[in-house]
Design a protein around this ligand. Structure first.
Ligand code: C2E
Ligand code: MG
Ligand code: MG
Length: 638
């Protein structure tokens, strides 16, 4: 460890709190602690924008982004945040320790409060955020405009909905845990509301009903649901569960106190109950969470989906109606998850879990929205298993093909080689793309064999082009190496053996690896890269983003080329931020003597910007998408 920069990095990496860096509103780096806190990995976080929510982000990350945007807008330096976790919520201090003039360059720390203060949702309503932060939030609450939010689907926002901090969805209430089976089966003596307390005998009313709203509680609803599922076992059923969670309810408690919060819950409960007739049931699950159970919603599944959606819309409407209390006008929104009940073998608990999952999905979509539980999630897992079996045979059956995408030198305009890209053309002649099968190859380990085939085939291509006089000495062929393949101890022998058997120069090969492969073990990566470079081959860092750590890797690892991720190339001619990122990458690359290749160049405008910023080469649809080898040969011959 020598340079000051590295020492600072060490300090940040080992810090007990999380640190995030944003440039142009895009997260460019974070220390390892952040990934724990946000329950996400580096790939999800780095490159993620404050203005956009993508499907693979954790709930905590989505929520943090909302908090940050609001804090920046309200000029807050510190916010007490209830970070949603699977088991409840955790109190975390968000501090903005630096905000650039544009408010888009930020340095943020996340300081978890001591463990004793880790609160579970039910207590969470009572836990007071630390005063300064709570006051600050309350002060700004009034002036705040509504959060337009990352609406993706059917999200709407009621004007004036106060949103200053998040309301985490609640896990099962503590009461359920205290009161499990033994009491359930014992005869219940009284149905009165009267005097029994904990430790004594409980009345049925206390046991089955929520004292604040007088609605059935979780136990009551679960029992009802179990009866329904049992009654239909073996037959057909078409019911629905709607999990309803109020958005940002915590703001009400924090700014107006719990007494008013309770009044709001009562009123909302009553309003939703107005939609419940016949054999429907509405229960208060915990905190600000309600569950509606509709035993027989319609005759067919498709109709059930429509009806459940319509009902959820109705709930959204009644929740959104303004409530007047103590001279305050309160406007709320709800996130609603729908699980359709079509399988009587499902347990009641599992059905509840489905509705809960869907509700999280609705929150993730940007709150104030409705989402259905997607059974495809489990189907997907099964499909993967099937895919694995078919991929095992694919290599023997010669179903893989290696396409090549030409790469162009920006200054001369000539083809300087290409990138080899795998395709799987199965027995139905369907061409499958790497994103569909490489993860399966990788997780099953098959990638090692397939990767060896790729290296051999690439060498074979070069041999054949050399023989035809089409391969020039300045050309290179890029080969992607996956993490597992890179770790394979035989990799170097495979490369050596392949170049020897086809009699080609190793320097014609350029191995493309991504940053996340490096992170695992930097020293080992360096050693391995050096061994392969000794043979004469070169290395590219693929899909390059703008992480601070990736910049560090650039310095330490013996890369020859850098490939700019197509995400940053895509909008380069229209979006100044993308251009800024690419310019930053160019500056660093030049400093380290790296040759830069842009991926995914789709039009002339992008090309001109890339030329202007000093990029060396490109590949992309503008010149040619990946093509079968014969076609690539023709391109070289033209
Ligand atoms: P990559 O290495 O970043 O490859 C570039 C990807 O960008 C290719 O996707 C290519 O088809 C696509 N691309 C190039 N130009 C354009 C463009 O102008 N517009 C758009 N929309 N896309 C463009 P592809 O072939 O689907 O490969 C995806 C990824 O799969 C590759 O990303 C690479 O990480 C992996 N992969 C492909 N072949 C292999 C292989 O043989 N071994 C391993 N381990 N991974 C591979
Ligand atoms: Mg690549
Ligand atoms: Mg790439």
């Amino acid at each position: 460890m020598s340079s000051k920069e590295e020492l600072y990095k060490l300090l940040v990496d080992k810090a007990p709190y999380g640190t995030l860096f944003f440039a142009y509103g895009v997260c460019i780096d974070a220390n390892p602690r952040v990934f724990e806190i946000l329950d996400c990995d580096k790939k999800q976080l780095v490159g993620s924008s404050l203005d956009e929510i993508t499907g693979d982000e954790s709930t905590a990350l989505v929520d943090l982004k909302l908090q940050l945007k609001k804090a920046v807008r309200a000029n807050l330096e510190q916010v007490a945040w209830c970070c949603p976790e699977t088991t409840g919520v955790r109190e975390i201090d968000i501090r903005i320790i630096y905000a650039g003039e544009n408010n888009r360059d930020l340095v943020v720390t996340l300081q978890p409060q001591p463990n004793e203060q880790r609160i579970h949702a039910d207590q969470g309503r009572e836990a007071k955020p630390r005063k300064s932060a709570a006051d600050a939030v309350a002060d700004h609450l009034v002036e705040q405009e509504i959060e337009p939010g990352p609406a993706i689907e059917s999200t709407e926002h009621s004007p004036a909905a106060p949103v200053a901090s998040s309301e985490p969805p609640s896990p099962p209430s503590a009461i359920d845990e205290v009161l499990d089976p033994p009491i359930l089966t014992s005869p219940l003596a009284s149905l009165s509301d009267g005097g029994d307390t904990w430790g004594k005998k409980l009345s049925a009313r206390e046991y089955y009903f929520d004292s604040l709203t007088n609605l059935p509680n979780r136990q009551k609803l679960l029992g009802h649901l179990r009866d329904f599922l049992n009654a239909h076992s073996g037959g057909e059923l078409c019911g629905a569960l709607l999990m309803i969670d109020l958005d940002n309810f915590k703001d009400i408690n924090d700014s107006w106190g719990h007494a008013l919060g309770d009044e709001v819950i009562k009123k909302i409960g009553r309003a939703i109950a107005g939609l419940v007739h016949g054999d429907k049931m509405l229960a208060r699950m915990s905190g600000d969470e309600f569950l509606m159970f509709i035993p027989d919603i319609s005759d067919s599944i498709s109709q059930a989906a429509w009806d459940a959606q319509a009902l959820a819309e109705g709930v959204r409407e009644v929740v959104a109606a303004p409530i007047f209390l103590d001279g305050h006008e309160v406007i709320l929104t709800a996130s609603i998850g729908i699980a359709l009940l079509t399988d009587a073998s499902l347990s009641a608990e599992r059905a509840l879990q489905y509705a809960d999952t869907a509700m999280y999905e609705a929150k993730r979509k940007g709150r104030n929205s409705i989402a259905f539980f997607d059974p495809c999630i489990t189907e997907k897992a099964q499909r993967q298993i099937g895919l694995n079996t078919r991929l095992r045979k694919a290599l023997d059956n010669q179903e893989f093909a290696l396409y090549v995408q030409p790469q162009i030198c920006l200054s001369s305009g000539r083809v300087q080689g290409g990138e080899a890209l795998l395709r799987w053309i199965n027995s139905d002649k369907v061409t499958n793309m790497p994103s569909e099968f490489i993860p399966v190859l990788e997780s099953s380990g098959l990638i090692v064999d397939v990767g060896q085939w790729v290296i051999r085939t690439a060498c074979e291509y070069i041999r054949s082009l050399l023989d035809e006089g089409l391969w020039k000495d300045y050309m290179r062929l890029g080969i992607n190496i996956s993490p597992r393949q890179f770790r394979d101890p035989q990799l170097i022998e495979v490369v050596q053996h392949s170049v020897n058997s086809y009699g080609i120069e190793p320097r014609y090969l350029d191995f493309e690896i991504t940053e996340n492969m490096v992170i695992d073990d930097v020293e080992e990566t360096i050693r391995k890269m050096q061994d392969i470079k000794q043979l004469g081959a070169s290395f590219s860092i693929d899909d390059f983003g703008i992480g601070y750590s990736s910049m560090i890797y650039l310095k330490r690892l013996p890369f020859d080329h850098l490939k700019i991720d197509r995400e940053f190339v895509r909008n380069i001619s229209r979006d100044p931020d993308s251009r800024g990122v690419v310019e930053a990458i160019m500056a660093v690359s030049k400093q380290y003597g790296l040759d830069v290749m842009a991926e995914g160049v789709e039009n002339r405008d992008s090309l001109e910007v890339l030329r202007a910023v000093g990029c060396d080469g490109y590949q992309g649809a503008h010149y040619s998408m990946p093509v079968p080898f014969d076609r690539f040969r023709k391109i070289l011959a033209a």
